[in-house]
Design a protein around this ligand. Structure first.
Ligand SMILES: [Zn+2]
Length: 144
């Protein structure tokens, strides 16, 4: 029987937002995925930064993305490094290359999939995890 990737415990993550990240969390809580795009040259960057590394503009856009992507890299955490991780294993942190956002690579986690089916380059699709603070966090499932 395969192990299934599960979400890490909410208690381990305190989400904070500022003017550069709030649009991302607002979109996720609204049920859609976005990434920071330069309003001047169109270059994507994640995480968002105050200045575009390509043209130094501070203009930003937050386009609606399809919520799909490809698995760039991942690891499988099978041991609890802190007590709060007990019961939330295996946890699979992942880097996702987002479709329609070239250059935007999102740090997230795979959930709800058999560990032995995970492959680099696999298509993935976003799913949103509801937190007790009403914010939703994007995670990804294999899109097979
Ligand atoms: Zn730019």
């Amino acid at each position: 029987m395969s192990e299934i990737a599960v979400a890490p415990p909410e208690a381990l993550f305190t989400l904070t937002a500022d003017r550069w990240t709030l649009p991302f969390w607002d979109a996720a809580t609204g049920g859609w995925l976005t990434a920071c795009r330069c309003g001047r040259c169109g270059a994507f960057r994640m995480p968002p930064t105050p200045f575009c590394p390509e043209c130094r503009s501070q203009d930003v856009e937050w386009p609606r993305l399809p919520g799909t992507g490809r698995l760039f890299s991942y690891t499988v955490v099978r041991r609890a490094v802190v007590p709060e991780m007990e019961g939330s294993l295996p946890y699979v942190p992942a880097l996702i290359d987002l479709d329609e956002a070239p250059g935007a690579r999102l740090i997230s986690a795979l959930v709800g999939c058999a560990i032995d089916r995970i492959r680099i380059g696999a298509p993935v699709r976003v799913t949103f995890e509801q937190r007790v603070d009403r914010v939703k966090v994007p995670r990804f499932r294999l899109d097979e």
